[in-house]
Design a binder for this molecule. Sequence first.
Ligand code: GCO
Ligand code: ZN
Length: 311
Amino acid sequence: MSYKVEVVPGLEKVAKTVGEGPHWDDASQTLMFVDIMEGTIIWWDYKTGAIVNRYKTDEGPVTLVVPRRSGGYVISTGRKLNHLQADRTTVTPLAEEVDQGTQNRFNDGKCDPKGRLWAGTMGHEPVPTQLELEMGSLYRLDLEGQLTKWVEKVSISNGLAWDLEKSTMYYIDSIPKVVYAFDYDNKTGDISNRRTAIDYSKCLESGDPKELGVPDGMCIDTEGKLWVACFFGARVIRFDPQTGKMLQTIPIPAARVTSCCFGGPNMDILYVTCSAFQVDENEWKKYPSTGSVFQVTGLGVKGCTANVYEG
Ligand SMILES: O=C(O)[C@H](O)[C@@H](O)[C@H](O)[C@H](O)CO
Ligand SMILES: [Zn+2]
């Protein structure tokens, strides 16, 4: 099976800072993603290949954007979760600020199969991957708007995904370089029994595990396999979460690959974001398209439609 990696038309060098949080919106056939430190959300239309909307805030970094069934979006700003109305201008808080009195901020966030939002925090990060450890937590925003803490002592709260059976939640902490698995109860939304599903330090199939960088964002395909973005690893890797083993490596022409999601009319295009934040001269020389959103076609795999906030 031969695949192709290219810059998405219209999204060349689109991220000024950290491109992140890609979400394919099936209803509108648009790709949404954020430019974290810019506080910007970008909407890109598949049909026209053009950016159709932008939202910018100065209320802090925006790290996640997930559509809300009743209209608009859930977005983060700094330590807050908010509702951005469908007009893409009005923002109202959805819950109390988390991690008060810290320099933490939200990072990645995704909805579970019932439509509850899970989003985690991380400590202040002056240099990518260099930060005070175990400052973050993972939170769950229920359908009734209640926010609860589920995991503590997280360093960089990152990718989230649920298996097809709706009985396992996968969750990445980038610093220990681990994809955790939890038992997940779809009825209650409760998680338990944390264990390590994938350990980057032990991925000897790669030759040198250091080359993989750290795991960042992820998504799941219809075969239940995980696609994990490798920050400082210039690649996306497909893993079997049952065995922890690498199945396929897709080199991406950007060192700081942050996240990925499936999209397109047939859900078979893998969209990949990366970071241009603090990229040095050598990196720019090696990867001149840094900051772009990339697309991988011809993988022969389809992704699962991402869940939206049902609250
Ligand atoms: O995108 C993210 O998850 C974080 O916001 C970024 O800060 C970097 O990706 C991180 O440093 C590497 O994991
Ligand atoms: Zn991330």
